[in-house]
Design a protein around this ligand. Structure first.
Ligand SMILES: C[S@@+](CC[C@H](N)C(=O)[O-])C[C@H]1O[C@@H](n2cnc3c(N)ncnc32)[C@H](O)[C@@H]1O
Length: 214
């Protein structure tokens, strides 16, 4: 698989930590309650953890602070550089959702990253994680998703009306799913899944593996 959108993160890496604190008006609502959202993911994870799309390390740091052993998987060199600079002695892998080394992992986590995969690729990634997780192991993540296709279209229209064109383009370009599709992808692979709304865009997903993979 080609890793898409890496040019976005080459550009965004240096100012990413400012965007998550609400400095970018277009992304203010996307990152509303960012700290609480990352804490909610961290508190549901059980060690050892593999984190995808670790970016500048904001979730990684929270996991480590809880005494959790973490491998941070991040495909963007610019993001990895900031992460390593911020958190010394962190275990970092150049990889992505469909290419990683995570033997022995008990939980997979990510924040604001799973939407980089198409829905078909999301299913493949869930399969790869399911093959590694023990029964009772978890996938916990937070990301933008929508209850229905109509909600997705309405949010894009509202963004255009506010002239938030960067946000609207992002919502059209990347693969923000609808919840019934996500639910189906996880249930097909033997997970029990719950969804909890965090803000207008972001939902927290907690999926527990219920049976041995086929
Ligand atoms: C919006 S940032 C989120 C960073 C961090 N997790 C956070 O919550 O602030 C998305 C991150 O996902 C990474 N990413 C993009 N495509 C990916 C893929 N296919 N697999 C794993 N990570 C990916 C990007 O390089 C970027 O660091």
């Amino acid at each position: 698989m080609t890793i898409r959108f890496m040019d976005v993160f080459t550009e965004w890496a240096a100012s990413y930590d400012e965007a998550v604190t609400g400095h970018d008006p277009q992304y203010k609502d996307v990152f509303l309650r960012y700290d609480e959202i990352l804490d909610a993911v961290a508190e549901r994870a059980t060690t050892p953890v593999t984190e995808f799309g670790a970016g500048t390390g904001n979730l990684t740091g929270r996991l480590l602070a809880r005494g959790i052993e973490v491998t941070a998987v991040e495909p963007s060199p610019e993001m990895r550089e900031i992460l390593i600079d911020k958190i010394k002695d962190v275990n970092v892998q150049d990889g992505h959702f469909l290419s990683f080394d995570a033997e022995g992992t008990n939980s997979f986590v990510s924040t604001y990253a799973f939407h980089h995969l198409t829905d078909t690729e999301k299913g493949e990634a869930i399969g790869l994680m399911a093959d590694i997780l023990p029964v009772g192991g978890k996938i916990v993540y937070a990301d933008t998703m929508f209850l229905t296709e109509q909600e997705r279209l309405d949010v894009i229209r509202e963004a255009r009306e506010k002239q938030f064109d960067a946000l609207a383009d992002d919502l059209e370009r990347e693969f923000y799913p609808i919840i019934p599709v996500v639910q189906d992808l996880f249930e097909k692979q033997g997970f029990n899944i719950s969804f909890e709304r965090q803000n207008k865009f972001v939902w927290l997903v907690e999926a527990e593996k219920m049976e041995e993979s086929a």
